[in-house]
Design a protein around this ligand. Structure first.
Ligand code: GLA
Length: 396
């Protein structure tokens, strides 16, 4: 079992008792994620290599005696909301007022369950997360996965984890309105302790990979919130679709950028508008890097893996254009420190966190030096922490 935040669970349980006059039936936990390689390729049918992290969303819950679900968010100053199955489609509460932004994630999961004819038992819930919001560590997916786990439990269901991830993705896409890929929901649901996950986003087949034992994963939060810059994210997606459409003139059998080889892209890049060609260049190379990375890990070549992470950052910065000065600075400092094998931005970009592969023996010095140097240059206090790969969502 993943290391759980007992303090947070106790807080939620106490608050639940105070509010509903009885203890919760159970507590669901769903982690955030960090992606080691394969960035902005999940919606291009590529391969991703994320790990679930220890930070997670926790939901203390019970079935509700009536038809109304009542949710309280400790992270939003104890704000509360209510909904029923009738109010869900209009994104409104039981009293017809609009659902607050934070409520769209749990309500979206309930709505998707209903769309699929799955039971949604009205729920009483108090929830909170220790995944920092806006840090590119999938706090939203962890909220979706935690509520999915709660309703799955209450409904006595036995759905495969990947199906649950797909339901959460549908909530994000159709209810919240962010057209993301499946990586975050997949990692939160399917995470395995001490393992990297590798997912083929086309076939949805996945496998587990080992990181060498003398290496740690470190996350550094720049404290520049990324606020999933939805329009820029959706625009990148459209540019990739445009690339496929234009390349199909010469390569009629391709369905996505996954089907384009590096040679083919080189040959036909001239037929693409400059920005579209740059996006396609990142995606095709990044998919190639994930294939190489798997070989590196299987042969214990951590330095090779780290080199691919560094190349990924340069590509996200120069070709995909989703970095920002603080992320570039954090990566530059990290790459200059002893013991660092690789560093890059993780997640969608536009702010958020970096992921770093660091030798265990040098991890402590790395944390101190990175924080100090980043503070000296920006005046910002970065949060830097080591995270083992954690187990995926479950009832704790
Ligand atoms: C966000 C999305 C993911 C993925 C990453 C970029 O985290 O939710 O689906 O596209 O960005 O790799």
């Amino acid at each position: 079992m993943a290391e759980i935040n007992k303090f947070l669970i106790e807080r939620l349980t106490n608050r639940f008792k105070q509010k509903f006059d009885h203890p919760p039936l159970a507590v669901a936990r769903a982690p955030g994620r960090v992606n080691l390689l394969g960035e902005h390729v999940d919606y291009n049918d590529g391969f991703v290599m994320p790990a679930a992290i220890q930070r997670a969303t926790y939901v203390a819950f019970s079935p509700s005696p009536g038809w109304v679900s009542t949710l309280r968010s400790e992270d939003f100053a104890g704000e509360e909301l209510t909904f029923t199955r009738e109010s869900l489609p209009a994104k409104i509460q039981d009293d017809a007022s609009p659902l607050p932004g934070w409520g769209l994630y749990p309500a979206g999961v309930a709505w998707v369950f209903l769309q699929h004819g799955l039971p949604v038992i009205p729920i009483q819930a108090v929830f909170a997360s220790d995944v920092p919001r806006g840090a590119g560590l999938s706090s939203s997916a962890s909220v979706e996965a935690a509520f999915c786990t709660a309703w799955h439990h209450l409904g006595g269901l036995n759905l495969p984890l990947m199906e649950q991830a797909a339901l959460c993705l549908e909530a994000e896409d159709r209810y919240v309105g962010v057209h993301c890929g499946i990586m975050d929901q997949f990692a939160s649901l399917c995470g395995v302790e001490n393992r990297l996950l590798q997912l083929d986003c086309r076939s949805l087949e996945w496998s587990l990979l080992h990181l060498p034992e003398d290496i740690s994963i470190l996350i550094a939060d720049t404290r520049i919130p990324h606020s999933l810059n939805t329009s820029a994210y959706n625009q990148r997606r459209q540019e990739c679709e445009k690339a496929v459409q234009l390349l199909q003139v010469n390569l009629p059998s391709i369905r996505s950028l996954r089907d384009v080889s590096r040679d083919e892209l080189e040959q036909y890049a001239g037929s693409l508008p400059i920005a579209v060609g740059m996006r396609a260049g990142h995606v095709v190379e990044e998919i190639h890097r994930t294939r190489e990375a798997k070989i590196c890990l299987e042969s214990g070549n951590a330095a090779g893996f780290g080199g691919l992470m560094n190349a990924c950052h340069a590509s996200l910065r120069d070709l995909y254009e989703v970095s920002c000065p603080e992320l570039d600075l954090m990566v530059e400092i990290a790459q200059s420190l002893p013991g660092c094998l690789g560093a890059r931005l993780t997640g969608a970009g536009f702010g958020g966190s970096t992921v770093n592969l660091v030798k265990n023996s040098q991890a402590e010095d790395f944390v101190n030096h990175l924080k100090t140097a980043y503070y000296q240059k920006t005046g910002l206090s970065a949060e830097v922490f080591i995270t083992p790969a954690s187990a995926g969502a479950g009832i704790v």
